[in-house]
Design a binder for this molecule. Sequence first.
Ligand code: APR
Length: 274
Amino acid sequence: MDFSLIDRAVELLLKANHAMVLTGSGISTESGVPDFRSPGGIWERYDPSLFFYARFLKEPDTVWRTIIEMNSSGEFSLWDAKPNHGHIALAVLEELGLIKIIITQNVDNLHQKAGSRNVIEFHGNMLFFKCLNCSRKYGYEQLIEIIAGSQCLPPLCECGGVLKPDAVFFGEAIPQHALRESFRHAQDCDLMLVIGTSAQVEPAASLPLIAKGMYSLFRGMGNFSLPKLNCHVIEINREPTPLTGEVSDFLIQGGAGEILSSIIHKVKEKKGIA
Ligand code: APR
């Protein structure tokens, strides 16, 4: 871990007027939840084509069987996972007023479990379930009761409609409010921490470009944004990503938990907080 980059990140955090965070599944691997594309990741173990919206509509029972298998494999459970030092550090940064918002691609509810209040769930949340017929929402405990009661899949709403996890499947639109708010924060921010994402899935992968005012340049869409010279993008990741050296100012390479804990430690030192 490069401590000079930690110092630089702390300096920028303390100076920022509108700092935001974009997280991916890499921040949750230290909670025992694998990410998607690293060796041994979820898409190596389970067929991603099962998580297309059209597939769910056609074969909800098959997809549900996989979701339950995933969460009862004994290896990890999205539903029982606990926040780690990385999630907790971000909640502290929010409490100190140093970050305004977390935009997460994760559906694991771990930022909220760690105490973060300003969280945009860009890809929804796997701990809630929605009826495809009447849009009624159910929580995790209610779902377990329904499945235990009916002993069959897919779980059904009282109206008879099929329940679907309230997460964004491939081919499904990003919730409008989440999209609009995320783009607005990216346009307004002067610092973006990009943590534990391979930055390969759109439109989330464009948020760092918007932060740097490079969106139109890279996406060749009518020149509605100018490079934002006052905005810094810092990556925290075990590996370089397509953003590294192209969009981000620097990469702090290593585990998110350890790096964010060091940042908190330095911030508290600078602010004279015990
Ligand atoms: N600390 C820091 N970085 C980590 C750690 C860790 N402990 N563990 C993994 N990483 C990094 C990996 O190096 C990788 O760059 O996190 C990234 C995870 O990338 P992906 O597996 O591609 O996950 P993500 O970017 O969140 O995927 C985006 O794709 O499959 C869809 O909807 C799903 O939200 C998801 C989206």
